[in-house]
Design a protein around this ligand. Structure first.
Ligand SMILES: C[S@@+](CC[C@H](N)C(=O)[O-])C[C@H]1O[C@@H](n2cnc3c(N)ncnc32)[C@H](O)[C@@H]1O
Length: 147
């Protein structure tokens, strides 16, 4: 697991990213960083809700939240805890993860009323996000775009 983002739109008929493969290739070629690439992609159809899976210190969340003021629900999903079955350099010890968690909260504090922090593995917390089948006006079309 690294990270990904899922997007939600109030109008379910909206295409999440209304771009062709050549359009996306052009965006990739012109983007100086992965953050910038996501900004360019999302600006083609700004979402009203999104879920970032794997948040770490909140750098990506901060960029997205500060660039999309109409993004009213941003789900930040991460256990912020050492995982025995995740063999990656980011899998630090629990004590270090507390600092990482605090940093993620601090970096997104400016958007505290728009972020929803779901601390746990994706599989454990994903049901806390309303689905498009629910009656919630903020339900999400969960379309994973990154990996
Ligand atoms: C590479 S970092 C994410 C970087 C972040 N998206 C960014 O762009 O700044 C990977 C994160 O995934 C989290 N993670 C690992 N397994 C996970 C799981 N099953 N569900 C959610 N998050 C997970 C880790 O705790 C870690 O914080």
């Amino acid at each position: 697991m690294y990270s990904s983002i899922s997007l939600g739109y109030a109008n379910k008929l909206d295409m999440p990213i209304p771009l062709t493969a050549p359009d996306i290739a052009r965006l990739i070629a012109g983007a100086p960083s992965r953050f910038d690439l996501w900004l360019r992609l999302l600006r083609t159809n700004p979402p009203d809700s999104a879920a970032e899976i794997g948040v770490w210190k909140g750098d990506f969340a901060k960029v997205i939240l500060s660039n999309f003021n109409n993004l009213t629900k941003y789900y930040m999903i991460d256990p912020w805890a050492h995982l025995p079955d995740w063999n990656k350099p980011f899998n630090v010890d629990d004590r270090s993860f507390e600092d990482v968690y605090a940093e993620a909260l601090l970096k997104t504090e400016f958007a505290a009323n728009r972020r929803i922090v779901l601390r746990g593995r994706t599989s454990a917390v994903i049901d806390e996000i309303p689905t498009s089948r629910s009656t919630s006006p903020t339900s999400m079309e969960t379309i994973r775009l990154g990996g």
